[in-house]
Design a binder for this molecule. Structure first.
Ligand SMILES: [Zn+2]
Length: 340
């Protein structure tokens, strides 16, 4: 893919028609549309009847520049948006593509408020767009990580007991990081607990996979690790957290560093620096860009940071292309986001 930047992309997709052509090029690089309904390769372009040849009248009578195809096999119609995270959205595809690019290219991500302001969409739409794009950034395959896996835990969220008065008031007023969902009858202390996050970094490839865990125990960590890592073909690096004992023995080898003795890299070169670097970036991003991340949506934010961090050696264009390869079959209804 050629190099792209926001000015270049803006120039490349001056209107909706161009945005469709651009998305078609990414989704069907061979130039032949693939039917999202039946998987058939090959479709006929439905030529708009309007004079300028770009816009077509929609059912509501307004003009649309949507490029529509008809499958040669099942005869159903589709566009490059069908079956993707963009499906059914009233937001222009051009806006979607620009937001996707910015979310892929900015190191700390993009706050919904920024999308709202820059692209003139409602707060609800901006928020929903960001979550749909995060959904596409999830690239989980069981046993995906294989190699030297560095594992560590961190805690996300504000702890009001440690805040100064001003920050605490803002936090209590809803301006801070939201705590775990409150169950009636739970104490205030439980309500304000931080959320444990486990991150696994592949020290060889730089890939990272993070997950929210209900609490840090051998069992909860093992569940995530066993799911995400090809354990029998990998080596584990951790600090001396006692909960790694059992899962550590399932790996080819388990190296530990003794943090309490201020050891950060052991004599064989193993250490937890790769995952600590990731936590640093994650916390800077959450503090700087997303001031209010609720626990229920935290997994999607983690997917976003994992995606960007895992692909940090890629160019922005390559990262966008990679994301575009993941937009299919990731539809997310507003109801599902809210009810997550
Ligand atoms: Zn078809």
């Amino acid at each position: 893919m050629e190099h792209i930047s926001i000015p270049r992309l803006t120039a490349k997709i001056p209107d909706e028609h161009a945005a469709y052509l651009f998305l078609e090029g990414l989704r069907w690089p061979e130039g032949t549309p693939v039917c999202p309904h039946c998987g058939n390769v090959g479709a006929n372009y439905i030529r708009p009847r309007s004079a300028e040849g770009k816009a077509r009248a929609t059912r509501t009578g307004s003009l649309s520049q949507r490029r529509v195809w008809q499958c040669k096999a099942c005869r159903k119609q589709f566009s490059a948006m069908t079956g993707t995270i963009f499906h059914g959205s009233k937001v222009p595809l051009r806006t979607w593509l620009l937001v996707v690019f910015e979310m892929c290219a900015s190191k700390n991500g993009m706050a919904a408020r920024e999308i709202e302001r820059k692209y003139d969409v409602s707060p609800k739409t901006a928020w929903f767009m960001a979550h749909r794009i995060r959904e596409a950034m999830k690239r989980r395959a069981p046993g995906m990580l294989v190699g030297t896996i560095v594992s560590d835990e961190t805690y996300i969220g504000g702890d009001p007991r440690r805040m100064n008065r001003k920050t605490r008031e803002r936090w209590e007023g809803g301006g801070g990081v939201e705590p775990v969902k409150v169950v009636p009858g739970e104490s205030k202390l439980q309500k304000t607990a931080k959320t444990p996050v486990l991150s696994l970094v592949n020290a060889e490839t730089g890939e990272v996979c993070s997950a929210v865990v209900p609490e840090v125990t051998g069992a909860t960590l093992r569940k995530v690790i066993a799911e995400q890592v090809n354990v029998a073909a990998s080596v584990l690096w951790t600090d001396e957290g006692s909960w790694y004992g059992a899962i550590g023995r399932e790996f080819v080898a388990h190296e530990t560093v003794n943090h309490s003795a201020e050891e950060y890299v052991n004599e064989r070169g193993a250490g937890t620096n790769p995952v600590e670097n990731y936590f640093g970036q994650l916390k800077r991003s959450l503090d700087g860009t997303h001031h209010r991340v609720s626990v229920e949506h935290l997994p999607r934010y983690l997917a976003e940071f994992d995606f960007r961090y895992s692909t940090r050696a890629d160019s922005d264009s390559a990262r966008v292309a990679r994301l575009m390869g993941q937009v299919e079959g990731r539809r997310l209804s507003y109801k599902r986001v809210r009810g997550a």
